[in-house]
Design a binder for this molecule. Sequence first.
Ligand SMILES: *Cc1c(COP(=O)(O)O)cnc(C)c1O
Length: 399
Amino acid sequence: MHNDSQQDEWSLETLAIRAGHQRTFEQEHSEPIFPTSSFVYESAAEAARKFGGKEPGNVYSRFTNPTVHTFERRLAALEGGERCVATSSGMAAILSTALALLSAGDEILASRSLFGSTVSLFDKYLGKFGITTRYVELSNLEAWEAAITSKTRLLFAETPSNPLSEIADIPALAALAKQHNALLAIDNCFLTPALQQPIALGADLVIHSATKYLDGQGRAIGGAVVGKHDVLEEIFGVVRTCGPCLSPFNAWIFTKGLETLSLRMKAHCENAMALARWLDQHPAVSKVHYSGLETHPQHALAKHQQKGFGAVLGFEVINGQEGAWQVIDATRLLSITGNLGDVKSTITHPATTTHGRLSDAQKEAAGISPGLIRVAVGLESQQDIQHDLARGLDALAAS
Ligand SMILES: *Cc1c(COP(=O)(O)O)cnc(C)c1O
């Protein structure tokens, strides 16, 4: 039985477990790891054919590696894309995409609420080579329309945004990109294909930091880009030549991580939803930002476009930074760290960590208030997470 033969009929849960592995002559059940830098041939002629690309096959693991390829095929199947190229990190996925698609004079149009390193990559590094990035409010379609120019080659968005859970209308952005001969890339890190499939909604490219939910257990750094064959061939060229390739061992971790992706995301969402509802009624909490709440301004869009609301939520406490730090410092279970996408719940004070480089005015414009706390809800018992936050919140409400 060949694993890929029935792939078209399989649901996402099945693809996550079965897609991508081509069993070797050893007849292994679980996906093998090939930790090898190069590959050998029967003859000089075979080597010449492989090196010249006249015959498919492996040459060197910076170009292709069977373990990495298994992960790429599996993630492409889950995202509904023609092809996937894996990279050494999420940032390497974004850099490789930019190097492949953009030249001096081109413009990127991006949502304002992006991952911090993505903004640095665009402004500080791509800027050096004459590529300009302009930023607009994620959920304001008119702002995107007004800012797009004939030089815009790439639209780039993260949805839902971090940490305020704003939602981009993916089909609307896809239509705008198409109208202007640009490509739309969606960083799908926060929802994963288990909860959102941007390609089916019209996006050209899906970017991943596999470091987050694809692994799901905080073990390895990696990334990927998914999309159509022709565009991915350009991105593959960058990775193959410039070298931000994924290691076979990390690819294996992500491949095995994908097998439990649907289950984990379902459980993450349930925990986050319960926590959001509980926080929403707590007297020390003035506002909860989570697209799963009916009061979220884009709840209807999120419900329509997503299969779940994800597990990253923001909430504002009374008494500003002092109140927020008090709640964070009272935790004993939650990890005080900037990471997310882990079975372990994490807690962060955005204004002084992930968004600390912004000026006060920029923070205010981005909605990063001093009392804002971000929790990436893990898979511990929902009650334990709640108790851990109640310690600081109850004290704050009583003060
Ligand atoms: C973490 C993250 C990245 C960068 O990924 P790395 O694997 O850390 O390089 C990009 N986008 C988002 C939304 C992220 O959360």
